[in-house]
Design a protein around this ligand. Structure first.
Ligand code: HPA
Length: 270
């Protein structure tokens, strides 16, 4: 049987006629987005052809719920390249979301800032990205029923959604900035020399996710928006050493603000 069909049939068997319009991928420390929200929860381990998320700070389940009137899938924990999976596998959920009818993809992540112009706790709306992973999730035979072989990337992070994000933040009196996100494969954090280079290349923040998901969602003609929470200054920018625990702790404070912005945006989505 068709791989997608097996996944979809299982999801439909749990969610019935729930028709999601929006999906959101929660990054490290951003799980509180779901606090107090009820819905149908499905563990990744139960879903045919889904990988298992096995990293601290990630729950590993999909939540089907209604947020501000919008039928939503919340992806609580994502799949990373550094776990040893192919990017076509880490981005499989995005293809499933598209097939379930999702139009809008919200992506969040934790990232390190490449300069002191950013403070820990800042929210950065991603205006564009640099794919420094040395690979691409669309490598392989193209499925023309899903998207084009050579997808345009000029509006990967949808301009209208970004306008809406800025307006929503303003209404809430929350400062956000726009910047360029650069993705590495990880899992080691960057060296100071690498961060100096990334800054020269135009990157404002660095992380290990988001870019593959955004590439695939753009290929599928979904409207994409992505936010980084600045959890630390990247290596060499300040004197701190980096630990995953610190990244998680710092993420939580900012997460509350980001949740407010996203929920305000949900209200205004057409
Ligand atoms: N580098 C890479 N990924 C990260 C960082 C960082 O400094 N902070 C959070 N995720």
């Amino acid at each position: 049987m068709d791989k997608y069909k097996e996944t979809l049939d299982y999801i439909y068997s749990r969610t019935g006629d729930f028709k999601p319009e929006v999906a959101i991928i929660l990054g490290s420390g951003l799980g509180c987005f779901c606090d107090g929200i009820d819905g149908i929860t499905i563990k990744y381990s139960e879903i045919p052809h889904f990988l298992n998320a096995g990293i601290k700070g990630h729950k590993g389940e999909l939540l089907f719920c209604t947020i501000e009137g919008k039928k939503t899938i919340v992806m609580q924990g994502r799949f990373h390249f550094y776990e040893g999976n192919k990017l076509s596998e880490t981005t499989y959920p995005i293809k499933i979301f598209k097939k379930l009818g999702v139009k809008y993809l919200f992506i969040t992540n934790a990232a390190g800032a490449t300069s002191l112009e950013y403070n820990i706790g800042d929210i950065m709306l991603i205006s564009d990205h640099i794919n420094f992973m040395g690979t691409n999730p669309l490598i392989g035979k193209n499925d023309d029923t899903l998207g084009e072989r050579f997808p345009d990337m000029s509006n990967c992070y949808d301009k209208d959604l970004r306008k809406l994000a800025l307006a929503s933040a303003k209404e809430l009196n929350i400062d956000i900035r726009e910047g360029v996100y650069l993705a590495t494969t990880g899992p080691s954090y960057e060296t100071a020399a690498e961060i100096r280079m990334f800054k020269l290349l135009g990157a404002n923040a660095v992380g290990m996710s988001t870019v593959p998901e955004a590439i695939v969602a753009n290929y599928l003609k979904m409207n994409v928006i992505a936010f980084s929470t600045i959890t630390n200054h990247a290596t060499g920018v300040s004197n701190n050493t980096l630990s995953h625990e610190e990244v998680l702790k710092a993420g939580k404070v900012t997460a509350q603000k980001l949740n407010l912005i996203i929920k305000k945006m949900f209200k205004k989505l057409k």
